[in-house]
Write a protein that binds this ligand. Structure first.
Ligand SMILES: Cc1ncc(COP(=O)(O)O)c(C=O)c1O
Ligand SMILES: N[C@H](C=O)CCC(=O)O
Length: 423
């Protein structure tokens, strides 16, 4: 079924570590190689077609190759694609973001979510004059040194949550707290308050499976950080424009001091954005002393795709429809699991993010680690054989897009239940 993909991967392994450009793609024994993608579908070089719920790990809320985004990018390309000068679209996009996210007065455009979180943490340290920060166990904020401790996503999938090559000295200022545990967080923040610049968290965890905040957790997080004069950074690289137009902060009504955006914010092209209160943001160079820069930052192509996507989302507000489709899928699978008496599998969703758990639905990283990831991988391969593509790890989340039809959803529920029954 995957002869050509296998051949390509054998060559790739001789030229790139693990044969890939990002570890999550290195599926054992080989990944499929993509030929093209349109709407809800992704097609491999072996002639197979899949309904896609990986969706490039989140950016494609409008589905693959949305025509409106494509046309906007094509016309932007007519004028060149990188200038090294400011462009008017930066102002337009900044205005749009600040109008959607009331916690954001100013933005700095970067190239990736990793750069955004790295810069946000540097900004928090520069602003407060303190060196330490707290992250949540199992969260993933990209692949930069200070956050590669108990990191989720590919770092956990490949058994390296604490990356080699990161000197102990670099991570001595990274403190960890379990998700959904208010007492543990309060203790660590109170104990370190004079040295703590910030708490960074994914408001909904999307990189250690999908973990949903318990009632009131995010409000307590805000209270604890505020009372202890610690900045709160919401890493909304996944949840921004996804949980709602205004991200998790709008959805839960909690206002962070600094926000990082990415993925959907670039409409499928590389981007990262740091946003926050003016008094904090003005510490970025050149108005302040926190250095942050990039040759490709604010590039016209990513900005065009991101701005076009954000405009479409703000005009069409497809969030009810996205939620309905996702809930339909989850309900059909949940009912099927109950009827078929499938043991040890749960399913859950929040808005257009969902996950099939091989074990009990987790509430933190420790419980996510107890899931049966080998069984998940058997399920993954069965799904592929039946024309459905999930992200290739138990620790990733699945994403619904506006391009998925109700027929896709019904077909997917059938396939999931068939595969579970065959396991
Ligand atoms: C929550 C979160 N933050 C940051 C990142 C890093 O973004 P990027 O892959 O664009 O560097 C990711 C994904 O990789 C993410 O899921
Ligand atoms: N889970 C990661 C981002 O959200 C997956 C992207 C990657 O590491 O390539």
């Amino acid at each position: 079924m995957w002869e050509r993909s296998k051949e390509l991967y054998d060559v790739a392994k001789t030229l790139m570590p693990g044969g890939v450009s990002s570890p999550v793609r290195a599926v054992k024994p080989f990944p499929f190689y993509t030929r093209k993608a349109r709407g809800s579908r992704i097609y491999d070089v072996d002639g197979n077609e899949y309904i896609d719920y990986c969706m490039a790990y989140g950016p494609l809320i409008l589905g693959h190759a949305d025509e409106r985004v494509k046309e906007a990018v094509k016309s932007a390309l007519e004028n060149g694609w990188v200038y090294g000068t400011p462009i008017e679209l930066e102002i337009e996009y900044a205005k749009l973001i600040t109008s959607i996210y009331p916690s954001i007065d100013m933005v700095r455009f970067t190239n990736t979510g990793s750069e955004a979180t790295m810069s946000a943490l540097r900004l928090a340290k520069g602003f407060t004059g303190r060196d330490k920060f707290v992250k949540i166990e199992g969260s993933f904020h990209g692949a930069h040194d200070s956050v590669l401790v108990k990191a989720g996503s590919g770092a956990t999938t490949h058994g390296t949550p604490n990356s080699a090559g990161v000197p102990e000295d670099f991570v001595k200022n990274t403190l960890q707290s379990p998700y959904n545990d208010v007492e543990a967080l309060a203790e660590i923040v109170e104990k370190n308050r004079d040295e703590l610049a910030a708490l960074i968290l994914e408001p909904v965890m999307g990189n250690s499976t999908l973990i949903i905040p318990e009632d009131g957790y995010l409000r307590e997080v805000r209270k604890i950080t505020e009372e202890n004069d610690v900045l709160l950074i919401f890493d909304e690289v996944i949840t921004g424009f996804r949980l709602s137009l205004g991200g998790a902060q709008e959805y839960y009504g909690v206002k962070p001091d600094i926000t990082t955006l990415g993925k959907i914010a670039g409409g499928g092209f590389p981007i990262g954005i740091v946003g926050g209160r003016r008094e904090i943001m003005e510490h970025f160079s050149p108005s302040g002393a926190v250095y942050q820069a990039g040759t490709f930052s604010g590039n016209p192509v990513s900005l065009t795709a991101g701005y076009t996507t954000a405009k479409i989302l703000s005009e069409e507000r497809p969030y009810d429809e996205l939620r309905r489709k996702t809930e339909e899928l989850v309900k059909a699978v949940r009912d099927g699991i109950e009827d078929g008496k499938v043991e040890g599998v749960e399913v859950d969703s929040i808005e257009s993010m969902f996950c099939v758990y091989f074990g009990e639905r987790p509430r933190d990283y420790a419980s996510a680690l107890r899931l049966d990831k080998e069984r998940f991988m058997k399920f993954y391969w069965k799904l592929l054989e039946n024309g459905v593509f999930f992200p290739p790890s138990q620790y990733e989340s699945c994403f619904m897009s506006t391009a998925h039809s109700m027929e896709d959803v019904e077909r997917t529920a059938e396939v999931i239940l068939k595969c579970l029954a065959e396991l």
